[in-house]
Design a protein around this ligand. Structure first.
Ligand SMILES: [Zn+2]
Length: 250
């Protein structure tokens, strides 16, 4: 969950504020007024705190327009390209199906003080991607990555809905044992780097996230061998789907 505020107006957006008490306490301590609660998708571990946050703040609840049936009391449905304004900053709505079929990511384009940032729910994780077996579809998730995630600039910081980076690095290394960047980062965590405060960006993901590395020979060769496939038939989509399948049971 994330709480973002405009420094000038103290108006704030709460994204998937499951731990509503912590969210409200933090806003209170900072002197921020939560104007908007935004849900990336309908899973309970993202919407479960909406009620108490809205009861205390009278915030507007927004979600993907097609998730309005699945999320109680949404005030405004969002579509690709919509802008979410809060004080003097804006988040751009991206339509990113695959983990669920009605999932949004929220993109901050950056300014003089802040690098761009993507609040990506359960679409993209640090060194991994969301699973698709709770209402999603791996082929659609791959298309979301091709259309919306892979084209992002390297300096876009990512803020996912969960943090599985240490386990995800082990999966990358299971699939691509020669990945030096993944080995180096895994070793840093083993030596005490704090995973909770670590923020990845798209440039780093291109190096350490096996789902960004669909063209790598070692990734394809190991996948073909693990799933008994002909490597000559693997393309990026099939590789992505195969990796997702292996990760489901890994
Ligand atoms: Zn989810």
């Amino acid at each position: 969950m994330y709480l973002l505020a405009c420094e000038k107006t103290s108006e704030a957006i709460a994204i998937d504020p499951l731990d509503h008490a912590l969210c409200l306490e933090t806003a209170n301590a900072m002197g921020w007024n939560i104007k908007i609660v935004a849900n990336t998708h309908h899973h309970h571990d993202h919407i479960g705190g909406n009620g108490p946050v809205i009861a205390s703040t009278n915030a507007e609840l927004v979600s993907h327009k097609d998730a309005m049936d699945a999320i109680p009391d949404v005030n405004r449905g969002l579509m690709a390209g919509d802008d979410l304004h809060c004080g003097e900053f804006t988040l751009k709505v991206m339509d990113t199906p695959g983990h669920t079929m009605s999932h949004i990511c929220l993109y901050f384009a950056g300014n003089n003080d802040e690098q761009p940032a993507l609040f990506c729910g359960d679409t993209l994780f640090n060194a991994g991607v969301g699973r698709c077996d709770f209402g999603g579809e791996p082929k659609i998730l791959h298309k979301t990555f091709e259309d919306h995630i892979f084209p992002l600039e390297d300096n876009v910081r990512i803020f996912p809905g969960h943090d599985y980076i240490e386990n995800n690095l082990e999966f990358t290394l299971d699939r691509e044992p020669d990945n030096k960047m993944a080995i180096s980062l895994r070793d840093k965590f083993k030596n005490g780097l704090d995973a909770e405060s670590f923020v990845s960006d798209i440039g780093l993901e291109r190096e350490i996230n096996v789902f960004f590395r669909l063209n790598e020979n070692q990734v394809r060769a190991k996948l073909a061998s693990s799933l008994d496939l002909d490597i000559a038939n693997l393309d990026n989509q099939k590789t992505f789907i195969g990796l997702r399948k292996l990760r489901d049971n890994w």
